[in-house]
Design a protein around this ligand. Structure first.
Ligand SMILES: Nc1nc2c([nH]c(=O)n2[C@H]2C[C@H](O)[C@@H](COP(=O)(O)OP(=O)(O)OP(=O)(O)O)O2)c(=O)[nH]1
Ligand SMILES: [Mg+2]
Length: 313
């Protein structure tokens, strides 16, 4: 079976809401909601196909568009490569040019719509920002809170509270305070022994590679309505993460870092190759910073994660 290459768009309006459409009943995956788009023709550039499909289906012309995520999915009757772009500005007023119903929905509301099975990582990618802040080691709680507060003021929307040297009660107290700071502004990911995390009202949990190896076979240890993420460093760990059903990963180290001088970095080329075979949102980490976001998008990453690189000085 030949894999069908599809160009699709997460289209964002000025208020941040996302445009979705319902597929006609008689089509493949009919009746389900989708991100507008369609098949790339032989010899056609993906971006050209995207523009053509959005014109045909919605009567709009994308202006700013950038790669969001690529997903290879095998349906029983069809294999697809969904090449998904984020469209942040466009001209024209979108309408269902083929009679299809449209809806503008918030990131959170995306969870209430039924999409084809291949779309789960697209919905995750649409709900995740391009930067992922990981808190540095060895800070006093007051310094940590001050840093998180300034990072939020600078627009950080996803935070991992990493405090490997703290004990349970200390970490949980800090997590309560950080959660308070993040409320309504950012999603908070916790990291630590699983028994600390279970009943805490954070956005989700981030597993170490060691935890991933230990728990992957058991599937998701937490409810589906929370994020589950994992730290990966190799093709093998990416496979485990996908098998476990995590929502997103960090892939590291892309480049050498001062804090881990003994670890061999992947390099951009290997990172790119690894992501080609991976269907979930992935943040590049290690020796990369805010200036690398565009390059990260070009190789199929969600964006960039950082400890020092994103920590307000
Ligand atoms: N556009 C789009 N297609 C999706 C999504 N998720 C998903 O599995 N698909 C699948 C369904 C279809 O098999 C294929 C898209 O083909 P299509 O039917 O939209 O193609 P098209 O617009 O060119 O329509 P047509 O020429 O076949 O009438 O990708 C999605 O979010 N958006
Ligand atoms: Mg279509």
């Amino acid at each position: 079976m030949k894999r069908v290459h599809v160009a699709a768009a997460v289209i964002r309006g000025v208020d941040g809401r996302i445009l979705i459409a319902r597929r006609p009943q008689d089509k493949h995956q009919g009746g389900l909601w989708e991100f507008p788009g369609g098949k790339v023709e032989d010899g056609e550039a993906v971006r050209v196909a995207l523009d053509r499909e959005l014109e045909e289906e919605l009567g709009i012309r994308p202006q700013a568009a950038r790669p969001l995520i690529q997903i290879r999915h095998d349906y029983p009757d069809k294999q697809v490569l969904l090449d998904v772009w984020e469209v942040s500005t466009f001209s024209g007023e979108p309408h269902g040019a083929e009679g299809q119903p449209l809806a503008w929905v918030s990131e959170r509301q995306l969870l209430e719509y039924a999409f084809p099975a291949a779309n789960k990582p697209i919905v995750a990618a649409a709900r995740l920002p391009e930067r992922y802040l990981i808190t540095p080691d060895g800070l006093q709680p007051s310094e940590l809170l001050a840093g998180v507060r300034s990072a939020l003021a600078q627009g950080v929307r996803l935070v991992q509270l990493r405090a490997p040297n703290m004990f349970d009660a200390q970490y949980r107290d800090l997590a309560v305070d950080v959660q308070g700071l993040c409320a309504g502004k950012a999603q908070l990911m916790l990291k630590g022994p699983l028994e600390w995390l279970g009943d805490f009202p954070a956005a989700g949990w981030h597993l170490t590679a060691e935890q991933l190896r230990k728990y992957a076979a058991g599937g998701r240890p937490f409810p589906d309505d929370r994020w589950l993420a994992a730290s990966c460093h190799s093709a093998e760990e990416l496979v485990l993460a996908a098998q476990m059903g995590v929502d997103f990963v960090t892939l590291s180290p892309v480049q050498a870092t001062a804090t881990h001088p003994d670890v061999q970095p992947l390099g951009w080329e290997a990172a790119s190759e690894l992501l080609t075979h991976f269907n979930l949102p992935a943040y590049l980490l290690g020796g990369v910073g805010p200036g690398d976001i565009e390059r990260a998008w070009q190789i199929g990453a969600q964006g960039v994660a950082g400890i020092r690189a994103f920590w307000p000085q």
